[in-house]
Design a protein around this ligand. Structure first.
Ligand code: NAD
Ligand code: DAU
Length: 369
């Protein structure tokens, strides 16, 4: 029988949400953080440069699919919690190449759960009671909504529509099963679309900011009327901390921004912000760059989150309004050109050609290149 430390093991902490989580955690908390990240194209150790030298921070470059590595990290650091962000996260990539999604999201989560179970079962009673496995998931597992449907709640049936969503649904089911069958204290959060600093510019908001800045076409899929519920990333991090502190093991919590917006409205808002912050004498308004392109296959029409449970049970609600959060985000991308240059490698340009090269609607050429 053995005891636990105050340490938390974060997976995927060099990605968009994970790095925001580590940074905000370390500002508010003296407990040590071990960050296990494979540094795929989406992971960037530079996001965490400001905490690199902190003795409470340990970075481990590795794969959540390697059971031996995960097991030895748990035995060495004896964390009181695992906060699991690591995933393949981009829907378009899951359509082009689904395999990595099954490997990391399903097999990787399984490996973590299995190693966590072994570690947890050898803890003393207070360690077993205090330990938490927090699985960070998405609202995409619920599928798609019609315009008048009620928002997704924790009891909405799963109906994933993309390989990404299906792989996350698989991981959610495994997480649930490890609580139900083995009693592992698992919590799951299902969150809506995040935006904010450090988001890799393959996702809608940073892609549009950078293309608008550079006078490139702004590729809007389909009719642009698909709706997402946007949440500022720091609000998501606060929700994860709250669930970790006070959530009930075995429960799932929906997290959302109460900010449903059609894609075209998000893109025009970005155009207007870039026009305001980086006016170009004599140039046309950035809205002129909007280009409707071929739709994403199986494109979910609308997501909306009913966050009543986390609000009432855990007293969490978003602090940031969409308009102010978007303004902060546009400013961050304008002020961090070094970070942007660092992530726009050759592999990034290849992805743009692969994803946008074939979307030839509206007679556009050179989209995203
Ligand atoms: P991201 O793609 O920006 O980051 C993923 C991180 O995981 C990267 O640092 C990557 O290097 C790491 N990683 C990938 N495979 C790995 C492996 N096999 N082993 C170790 N590390 C690995 O993703 P994100 O947008 O920050 O999302 C984080 C989590 O939150 C994901 O689980 C995602 O499903 C979930 N989520 C994201 C959003 C969103 O809007 N971005 C919304 C809801 C939920
Ligand atoms: O809902 C939560 C999910 O949000 C997370 O689980 C995912 O990890 C995250 O990537 C995000 O998924 P989306 O597919 O909603 O995000 P994305 O930024 O890729 O697209 C947002 C919307 O914008 C979607 O309707 C597709 C559209 N879109 C996207 C891109 C990249 C465009 O119109 N043009 C584009 O070039």
């Amino acid at each position: 029988m053995s005891t636990i430390n105050d340490t938390i093991l974060v997976t995927g902490g060099a990605g968009f949400i994970g790095s925001n989580f580590v940074l905000t955690w370390m500002k508010a908390n003296s407990a040590a953080v071990v960050n296990l990240d494979l540094l795929t194209y989406a992971g960037n150790a530079a996001n965490l440069a400001s905490v690199e030298a902190d003795p409470h921070y340990t970075f481990v470059h590795g794969d959540i699919c390697y059971a031996e590595l995960v097991g030895s990290l748990l035995r060495e650091h004896r964390p009181r919690a695992i906060v699991h962000f690591a995933a393949e996260s981009h829907v378009d990539r899951s359509i082009v190449s689904p395999e990595a999604f099954i490997r990391t999201n399903v097999m990787g989560t399984f490996t973590l759960l299995e190693q966590a179970r072994t570690y947890w079962s050898e803890l003393d009673e207070s360690g077993r009671t205090g330990f938490r496995f927090l699985h960070v998931s998405t609202d995409e597992v619920y599928g798609t909504l019609g315009p008048d449907d009620p928002a997704f709640s924790e009891t909405t049936a799963y109906a994933p529509n993309s390989p990404y969503a299906a792989s996350k649904a698989g991981s959610d089911h495994l997480a649930r099963a490890y609580f139900h069958t083995f009693g592992l204290p698992v919590l799951t959060t299902n969150c809506s679309n995040n935006y904010g600093p450090f988001q890799f510019p393959e996702k809608l908001i940073p892609l549009m900011i950078l293309n608008a800045l550079e006078g490139k076409p702004l590729p809007v899929y389909g009719d642009g009327k698909n709706v997402r519920d946007w949440l500022f990333v720091e609000d998501h991090c606060a929700a994860v901390r709250r669930v970790l502190e006070s959530g009930r093991p075995g429960e799932t919590y929906n997290v959302g921004g109460n900010s449903e917006r059609a894609n075209i409205d998000v893109v025009t808002a970005i155009c207007d912000l870039v026009d305001e912050m980086r006016p170009e004498a004599g140039a046309a308004a950035r809205r002129e760059l909007i280009t409707y392109v071929q739709d994403r296959p199986g494109h979910d029409r609308r997501y909306a989150i009913d966050a009543g449970k986390i609000t009432h049970e855990l007293n969490w609600k978003p602090a940031e309004r969409f308009e102010s959060g978007l303004r902060k985000t546009v400013r961050w991308y304008l002020e961090n050109s070094e970070w942007i240059d660092g992530v726009r490698t050759g592999a990034y340009r290849e992805w743009l050609t692969e994803n946008y090269g074939e979307r030839r609607n509206a007679g556009t050429k050179g989209l995203g290149t």
